[in-house]
Design a protein around this ligand. Structure first.
Ligand code: ZN
Length: 266
């Protein structure tokens, strides 16, 4: 049995409920996991709704969005995870984007800051937050420590470097993740236990054939499958996602169970 998770990143102060309703209209009962930005600045090169915004905008001030998501939470039809603080980028001297959890890695108040954001989302949505999603899926050791110190688990993509605290568990996980990637050509699906917290990758590939192959691997090995998308990208590139929605239909017809990411960590 495959637990199927859709992780949709970047919900923020500027997000319109109509857009969420529109992009998921064909699977309106699917409990999508929204990774919410607590105080968005500019998701540079990403969510176009935030372009040129320089002031941190608290998501709770978008009353329409809060009401919409709270209603869905009450019906068990969505999930919320924490997605960064500002989701802002900095730039190195060559103009390359540095994601938030990389430039914040050595901030002395990182742990306190993530704790504050977690509490803010919990109070805003009246919902427990047990998962952190790093902007651009990039995080380092200190960031991971701040995540589990605040009682959260992690969802993101594996990096090539060993950027976790060293332990037997984390070493075994690293080997497992890379063997699957090298030999089968996809990121390790399913939940990994690091002792301090749990982690689950979400693939950002959305082609029908790729997802079908991954699904049958998960089905054979009794693993969960999480897919990472962005509502604004689906909204603006509908044609591109035909295969993704066809795959969701296929997976549901073949016994996949729609699941919230936070339930995978319970
Ligand atoms: Zn994001």
């Amino acid at each position: 049995m495959v637990k199927l998770i859709i992780r949709d990143d970047d919900c923020n102060f500027f997000t319109r409920p109509e857009d969420l309703e529109y992009v998921y209209r064909s699977i309106s009962d699917f409990p999508v996991t929204f990774a919410v930005v607590p105080e968005v600045t500019d998701v540079y090169g990403g969510c176009p709704d935030t372009i040129n915004n320089t002031t941190p905008r608290p998501v709770g001030e978008n009353k329409k969005l809060v009401t919409y998501l709270k209603q869905k939470l009450e019906e068990g039809k969505c999930d919320i995870t924490l997605h960064g603080v500002y989701h802002g980028y900095k730039f190195d001297k060559d103009g390359k984007k540095i994601p938030e959890m990389i430039w914040r890695n050595n901030e002395p108040d990182l742990c306190e800051n993530l704790g504050r954001c977690k509490k803010y989302l919990e109070e805003t949505f009246d919902y427990p937050i047990n998962c952190f999603v790093a902007p651009s899926n990039r995080i380092l050791k200190e960031g991971v420590r701040a995540v589990y110190s605040n009682g959260m688990n992690y969802s993101g993509i594996i990096a090539s470097s060993f950027n976790r605290e060293f332990s037997l568990k984390s070493f075994v996980n690293y080997i497992k993740r890379w063997s699957i990637r090298l030999f089968l050509g996809f990121p390790y699906p399913g939940v990994m236990n690091y002792g301090t917290h749990l982690e689950m990758n979400a693939t950002n590939r959305t082609s029908y054939d790729f997802l079908k192959k991954l699904f049958h691997y998960c089905d054979k090995h009794d693993m969960s499958l999480a897919i990472n998308v962005h509502y604004w990208h689906i909204r603006d590139n509908e044609e591109h996602y035909k295969g993704f929605f066809d795959f969701i239909d296929y997976a549901l017809a073949h016994g996949a169970v729609p699941t919230r990411m936070s339930d995978c960590f319970k």
